[in-house]
Ligand binder design. Sequence first.
Ligand SMILES: [Zn+2]
Length: 372
Amino acid sequence: MTENLALSLAQQLIAVNTVNPPGNETDAVRILAPLLQDAGFLIKEYPYGPNRSSLVAHKGRTDQPSVILSGHLDTVPFGSQPWTNQPLEPSIIDGKLFGRGAADMKGGVAVLVATALHYAAKIDEKPLTLVLTSDEEIGCAGAASLIDKKVLPKARCVLVAEPTGNTPRLGHKGVFWLKALFHGKTAHAAFPELGVNALLKAAKAVVALNDGILGGRAHEIMGEATLVTSRFLSGDNYNSVPDLAELGIDVRSTVNWSHDEILHKLKILLAPLEPEIQVIFDLPPLWTPPKADIIQDIFSSCDTVRGKSHSPAIVTFYTDGGVLGPGLGNAPVVILGPGDSGMAHKVDEYVEIDALAESVDIYLNILSRLCL
Ligand SMILES: [Zn+2]
């Protein structure tokens, strides 16, 4: 019954176009808000732009920390390749539900709403809050705006139903993009001794940065932080000494490094080359230690429903949990949802119907432990 509702909601959500940009997430909110309101949830809609909004639905006491169920309503565009079936026409073939957002993450949102509705009448002392955001796909900006507005309750935990193959995941690496500009002095290439070659400085920086400078601090689950020198631009023509070179750097960090510390290390290492370093993008890593009781409960639910034990692990993609967890007093975050993360953003995206049903069973188990 709850499984059927989840499937039906997933189909209805896929049929509304919430490709971001422009988003139009309010069309999805129109489907979900009345159902939650009828079940006794307190509904608040937060406008985000033309026909864009995030939905917050709360049930139970307001003076107790809440279990937060997190999902996003937008999807990525359809891609340039043709789909076998239309991306906005949900179709079931061989036990799979196809359509844009089936895995990322209208399937997950449907599971969260269906399971919240299942227990709505019983939830009171231990509150539950659904946070369904706009504009996740472009930097989690919808979730960030809810944190800025301070409209969310205190959190016991945040459960994000992004596709993880129904395995619980405890975080993700941080993303830190830096731009380093190297300055020199131009001259005719026939007289290089009259110039200072900015490209040569940048090349020395590339060599220095690729010397394993973030090694030796492996996190037991997240592994090592990584650094890639990813962009390299210089030179306007063949016959001049270049006076400017740009180097792009991508760092994937763990909680064993702060981004300030990484920036400081790079500045010291590259100081002889006198670069100008700019931060282009800065999302910190997310990690929830597995020992907390509430995390043990969530893992037990997964173990019970799936009939096997699960070990702590992380995902390779960023989620609203990276904004909501730290923004809500470092609440523990678990990423747990139906579908294969490899499906996200692909043509012919799908979620298996059995995976949706299994996810419903997992969330019912979790909510019965945490909210009843
Ligand atoms: Zn997603």
